[in-house]
Design a protein around this ligand. Structure first.
Ligand code: HEM
Length: 511
């Protein structure tokens, strides 16, 4: 008897909350327009939309009917979706501080010392310090000999591929191990061997944390607090993996602190320790005045985020590029010829060659445009009452920037679903065309790894296409280009034969 009564109470509470939140989106007192929203179910709102795997595409479809900005309701959570370049720029760039927040996350807090995270942390004074520190540390690293490290890694990988012969293989994990190796070297100053089982274990652990945290059984805990009381094996596994990750980072922190010398900053972690030590001295006076504390947990989580951000994203983009180029062998041929003609047969591209190798550079941008690996970015939250396109949006609203839709925006891109790197070469203003790609988002939360990712993509692709043609395992066996949508947009697993240009190849793809 008690359960139906409880259920009725719960349903009426949800109905009340939903109605109350709905009202908040009514016309603004001073005359803002009401946000369009598709018809929804009582209580559930638009929750059933979440069954769709390809949410970015679904949101694009909805924007055809409801315009580039609309509202959805998931249970009691209102979410505003932005779907065009113009609207995303207005929100994230023009009104950047209004949209710089992150929504609270129960599960995010569990794996980040109570929300001391860089990617998921809200827009607070401490977060600003953390972001500035992470940004300046990455920039500092970019100014050192990073390019030679990336080129060396790209060449190692090519030599490894050469030693395996031209039989079909899945390259996704190799790319992921190498991007992870580069970010490890930048953060910890350690050049791991990608075949070292210990390194492979931490690489796998990081991937598992992302996979488990974005699984439906964990995500649902953020919107249905009642479920937090029930046993949840996926959450327990996530906590175990996060603990393993933290032990690894803690060890690195310990080693760095023991060997730290302020006159010799070796890597990103040293740079952060240096900052922390200087700040802690100053903070003794701040604490006496009741000021907030920036501590080792913030450094720890910034390192974790660089590690996570720096591994799978760039690797997935590279994998996508191989998949698309298998469908377009003539583009492979033209990029290879461009390199040989401009640089000669014995020189690999350097990052400063971007303007001299416009097709290679355009291919990187085209891939970031067509398959942005974080298609919905990370959820933003408004930090105050604000508006976009004249629609009122209250403080604390969750806002999703649909980067996938922006990169398929027909106002900006002709035939947006086609893979055509040439579009960047033909553009009236090629530099602006490259800037129009919104794979790294924009504004206060723009990806702080963009310069690193672009350099890695350019150099790895340059080395790969200098050595190899990317051929299907057998004639016509080309990769599926639809991909798997989720938190990341990944390609489905596929096999490729990496055949040196000097060897004849069978079973090429179609142009
Ligand atoms: C192709 C490669 C990459 C893509 C497409 C990408 C894309 C993104 C996107 C869309 C966001 C969310 C921005 C937002 O919420 O509006 C983001 C955030 C972030 N990315 Fe990347 N990323 C890439 C590589 C990297 C690399 C190499 C690093 C590490 C150096 C990195 C570190 C981060 C961090 C720390 C954040 C959180 C920023 C914040 O919340 O303030 N990313 N990235």
């Amino acid at each position: 008897m008690i359960y139906p009564a409880l259920l009725a109470l719960l349903l009426s509470l949800l109905a009340f909350l939903a109605k109350r939140r709905w009202k908040r989106y009514g016309p603004e007192p001073c005359g803002g327009k009401k946000l369009p929203s598709p018809p929804s179910l009582p209580l559930l709102g638009h929750l059933l939309e979440l069954r769709r795997q390809d949410l970015p595409v679904r949101f694009m479809e909805l924007s055809q009917c409801y315009g580039p900005v609309f509202r959805l309701r998931f249970g009691i959570q209102d979410v505003v979706i932005l779907n065009s370049v113009e609207i995303i720029r207005e929100a994230l760039i023009k009104k950047w501080s209004d949209f710089a927040g992150r929504p609270p996350s129960y599960t995010g807090d569990l794996i980040s010392f109570g929300g001391k995270d860089l990617s998921l942390g809200d827009y607070t004074p401490l977060w600003k310090i953390q972001r500035r520190l992470a940004h300046s540390s990455v920039q500092r690293s970019l100014r050192t000999n990073l390019e030679s490290l990336i080129s060396q890694e790209a060449e190692h990988l090519c030599q490894d591929f050469l030693s395996r012969g031209s039989s079909p293989m899945d390259v996704a994990n190799d790319f992921s191990l190498h991007t992870c190796k580069i970010i490890s070297s930048m953060t910890f100053g350690v050049l791991f061997d990608t075949k070292d089982p210990e390194f492979q274990a931490i690489h796998k652990c990081i991937a598992e944390v992302v996979r488990l945290w974005s699984s439906p059984r964990v995500i649902v805990l953020d919107s249905v607090p009642l479920l937090r009381k029930l046993p949840n094996a996926t959450l327990e596994e996530l906590l175990r993996m996060a603990e393993r990750r933290d032990t690894f980072v803690r060890n690195q922190l310990q080693i760095h602190k023991e060997t730290f010398r302020p006159s010799e900053i070796r890597d990103i972690l040293d740079n952060m320790i240096h900052f922390l030590q200087e700040r802690q001295q100053r903070e003794q006076s701040l604490a006496a005045e009741g000021g907030e504390e920036f501590n080792e947990d913030h450094v720890h989580m910034a390192i974790v985020d660089l590690f996570i951000g720096g591994t799978e994203t760039t690797a997935s983009t590279l994998t996508w590029t191989v998949a698309f180029l298998m469908h377009h062998p003539q583009v492979q041929q033209r990029i290879h010829s461009e390199m040989i003609d401009i640089l000669g047969p014995n020189h690999f591209p350097e990052y400063s060659d971007r303007n001299r190798l416009p097709l290679l550079w355009a291919t990187v941008s085209e891939m970031l445009r067509l398959r942005p690996v974080a298609p919905l970015a990370l959820p933003h939250a408004t930090t105050k009452d604000t508006s976009v396109a004249g629609y009122f949006i209250p403080k604390g609203t969750v806002v999703i920037a649909n980067l996938y839709a922006a990169n398929h925006d027909e106002m900006i891109w002709k035939n947006p679903t086609q893979f055509r790197p040439e579009r960047f070469l033909e553009a009236e203003d090629p530099k602006q065309a490259h800037r129009n790609v919104l794979a790294f988002s924009a504004g206060a939360r723009v990806c702080l790894g963009e310069p690193l990712a672009r350099m890695e993509l350019f150099l790895f692709l340059g080395h790969l296409l200098h050595h190899f043609r990317f051929l299907p395992p057998a004639a016509g066996q080309l990769p599926d280009l639809c991909g798997i949508f989720g938190f990341n947009l990944r390609s489905k697993p596929f096999q490729v034969r990496l055949v040196p240009w000097t060897e004849p190849g069978l079973g090429e793809g179609q142009e």
